[in-house]
Each structure stands twice: as structure tokens, then as C-alpha cells.
Design a protein around this ligand. Structure first.
Ligand code: DX5
Ligand code: ZN
Length: 229
């Protein structure tokens, strides 16, 4: 069977709902709906009140979730000192760990520690960071995450300049086996744009958690399959 490039990309499409938009008073119910709704991963947003002006959860909470949720945990660390915490998140059950290139900790050391801890290493860039900073690391990581909003809060509007950044990074990735994830402002209106620009892992919080998760995920898949590349 001959599989063309577009089919390969479709096979690699993943949906990673952001638990930031879940109802934390009914977390078990909401996260079970993510799993039952057919999501591929669970996006776990970790914020320290320092790198970003918001605070969420830590490794102890991730460890609790790991006991009941079977999906791969896609852990997005929005924290100033990732080197201090990478091993704790790995031990808590993270599968993919993503660190910001903007933090002071050495990026290569973060990548090495994530891999040594048994997780897939990923880098994320905020909207004002030039995409070229990723180039030296591209052969050493499994995924690049591009922020479509300034990190810190769910429910923000997609920044249109992100589209060109996605295209540039997809070109930089070339034939490498590196996922390109988009996070922030992805909804029924913006999804086809980010997929057409080359994103294959889609994070979405406020859109997927409003209404029926299963219906929203299947609507997302229809849009992704129909997007032109
Ligand atoms: C923002 C977080 C995102 C956010 C996405 O800092 O990293 O994961 O929750 O939420 P929406 O999809 O509502 O923009
Ligand atoms: Zn995130």
C-alpha cells in the first residue's frame, strides 16, 4: 500500500484537550469525558505564578490523575525553573514534557533531563520569540509547541501572526519525525487555519470543554481531515 505525505500527516493528527478548562470541582467526571470522547492525549498546563501570572497544579496532583486517566499526559511546564521539577513530573506519570525556551534554565540540559527521566522531550515558544531559537535542538526533540496566545490563561483569542510561525517551523522540521503542536485560541473557526499551516497536534481548552466533549472532538476531526494542505 502506498501512503502519501498527506495521509501520513492525517494518521499523526492528535487532539490534546487542555484540562485548564475542566470544572475542577468535577475533575474526574470531566477528564473521563475527555477519555471517552476519543481524545489522543490530555494536555496538562502547569503554571507557577512566576513565569506566567497564574497558578495551576503540581506533580502531586498529576500523580493522582495518573491513577484514573489512561491517556498519555502532555505536560506543558509554564514554570521558571523546569530543571528543578522535570523528574518529579516524570515520576508522577508525564509522558511528554514541554519546556519554554524563554526560561533561564539551559534548554539542552532540560531536554537531556526529560529524556533521561523516560519522557519525550518537547520545546515551546511564546508569541514574541523568534522561531530560529529552535533550530539547534530540532534533531533532539519529539515535538515543538507553538503558543497561539500569550501563556497563562485559557479562553484567549488566537494571535493571527501564529499562522506564519507554524508554517516556518513546519518547513524547519522538514522530513523529521517531530510533532508540531498548537496551543491557545484553537476553536471551530481557527482549526483549519492551524492545520493548513502544518500543526498536527491540537490543544484546545475552552472550545472543547464547552458543550459535549465527544461531539466537539468528532467535529474537530472532521475539520482536520477536510483541511487543505
Ligand atoms: C494557556 C495554556 C493553554 C490554554 C488553552 O497558557 O497553555 O493550554 O489552556 O486554552 P484555549 O484553548 O481556551 O485557548
Ligand atoms: Zn498549554
Amino acid at each position: 500500500m502506498i501512503i502519501n505525505k498527506r495521509e501520513v500527516l492525517i494518521m499523526n493528527y492528535k487532539i490534546s484537550p487542555s484540562m485548564l478548562s475542566a470544572d475542577f470541582a468535577n475533575l474526574d467526571r470531566d477528564l473521563k469525558s475527555v477519555e471517552a470522547g476519543g481524545a489522543d492525549w490530555l494536555h496538562v498546563d502547569v503554571m507557577d505564578g512566576h513565569f506566567v501570572p497564574n497558578i495551576t497544579i503540581g506533580p502531586d496532583q498529576v500523580k493522582c490523575l495518573r491513577k484514573t486517566i489512561g491517556l498519555p499526559f502532555d505536560v506543558h511546564l509554564m514554570i521558571s525553573e523546569p530543571l528543578k521539577y522535570i523528574e518529579r513530573f516524570a515520576d508522577a506519570g508525564a509522558d511528554i514534557i514541554t519546556v519554554h525556551v524563554e526560561v533561564e534554565d539551559d534548554t539542552q540540559e532540560c531536554i537531556d533531563l526529560i529524556k533521561k527521566s523516560g519522557c519525550k522531550a518537547s520545546l515551546v515558544i511564546s508569541p514574541d520569540t523568534p522561531i530560529d531559537v529552535l533550530a539547534p535542538f530540532i534533531d533532539d526533540i519529539s515535538m515543538i509547541l507553538v503558543m497561539g496566545v500569550y501563556p497563562g490563561f485559557g479562553g484567549q483569542k488566537y494571535i493571527p501572526e501564529t499562522t506564519e510561525r507554524l508554517k516556518g517551523i513546519r518547513a524547519m522540521i522538514g522530513g523529521r519525525d517531530v510533532d508540531l503542536e498548537i496551543d491557545g485560541g484553537v476553536n471551530f473557526e481557527t482549526l483549519s487555519t492551524v492545520v493548513e499551516a502544518g500543526a498536527n497536534v491540537i490543544v484546545s481548552g475552552s472550545c472543547l470543554f464547552s458543550g459535549d466533549m465527544k461531539e466537539n472532538i468528532s467535529h474537530f476531526r472532521k475539520i482536520m481531515d477536510g483541511a487543505k494542505k
